[in-house]
Design a protein around this ligand. Structure first.
Ligand SMILES: [Zn+2]
Length: 300
């Protein structure tokens, strides 16, 4: 079924089988993830309709497009995605879509000298945790929105400026908060390697069971290495993620306990997707606050 949906989507996009654009669709912006969708909403307010292909808690690395995504992507006036291969199985699709539709990524304006690499050639895609660079990368998205909707230019640019200031203030406040955890305890252990930018921004050492993508299961060696690290560094808490199964991390926890060391689950962090409505992590800024507060509470 998944393969069928993907083929249908590819055929539709290649052939350009367009659903007739209604007046309502002229104001439809389709974003890949809940994080990109929230950031776009902060710019366009109620002027446009912003929809996200992936909802709260959905893992973008392994996401397969659904048939309903075909309709949304075809209807959209503008498609916005993260880039850096975050949307693993959809990257080629967005590429192809850009030949006949307005498509923009956050990657376009992300400062090149701020990109972290997981190996010599693979960029780490979790760029939203470098809050300054992330907001900077929104310039390309805002310019595209202004191009398509020039009558809202002033409003969109003003909203962008307000959002930028809000993110800068929140980052400063959260940095201060996390700095209250003693340096030697400031170690963040999570399911997958989504927190390197976060670690650089908020000055915390990071370590994970899986690599920057969740598409490969962790091996026995990964588990053993992480267990050794937790015991040697006397780590008090490890953290599960909302978009990744906690199963593998729970097996780490059991192995650590068998070695006679006490470690707890410090809470759930939001890495690649926002939380559901009312969770407090249903916005980009809310997610940052939730993560820092949970880490501080877990490690104290
Ligand atoms: Zn990830």
């Amino acid at each position: 079924m998944k393969i069928f949906a993907y083929i249908l989507l590819c055929v539709c996009i290649t052939l350009g089988c367009k659903v007739k654009q209604t007046k309502e669709n002229e104001n439809l912006i389709v974003c890949s993830t809940s994080i990109t969708a929230d950031c776009v909403r902060q710019i366009v307010g109620n002027r446009l309709t912003v929809k996200s292909l992936m909802g709260a808690g959905v893992d973008p690395h392994t996401y397969n497009p659904r048939p309903s995504d075909v309709v949304l992507l075809n209807d959209a006036r503008l498609v916005v995605y993260t880039g850096f291969h975050l949307e693993g199985k959809m990257a080629e699709l967005f590429n192809r879509l850009s030949e006949r539709k307005e498509v923009v990524s956050f990657q376009l304006d992300f400062p090149k000298n701020k990109i972290l690499y997981s190996d010599e050639i693979t960029p780490d895609p979790h760029v939203w945790f470098d809050t300054d660079s992330w907001v900077q990368s929104m310039n390309g998205v805002v310019d595209k929105l202004v191009d398509l909707y020039p009558k809202y230019e002033l409003e969109f640019r003003e909203n962008f400026y307000k959002f930028l200031v809000k993110v800068q203030r929140k980052t400063k406040e959260l940095k201060l908060k996390l700095s209250e955890v003693p340096k030697e305890r400031r170690v963040l252990i999570t399911s997958h390697d989504a927190f390197h930018y976060f670690g650089r921004t908020f000055d915390i050492q990071v370590k994970a069971l899986q690599g920057v993508s969740t598409s490969q299961e962790p091996g026995m060696r990964d588990v053993v290495d992480l267990v050794d690290f937790i015991v040697e560094h006397d780590v008090k808490a490890i953290f599960v993620e909302n978009s990744v199964s906690p199963k593998a991390l729970k097996s780490v926890l059991s192995s650590v306990e068998r070695r006679g060391h006490q470690v707890k689950i410090g809470g759930t962090l939001f890495s690649d997707a926002l939380g559901s409505k009312g969770s407090g992590a249903d916005t980009y800024i809310g997610m940052l606050s939730h993560n820092v507060n949970s880490i501080k509470e877990g490690l104290k």
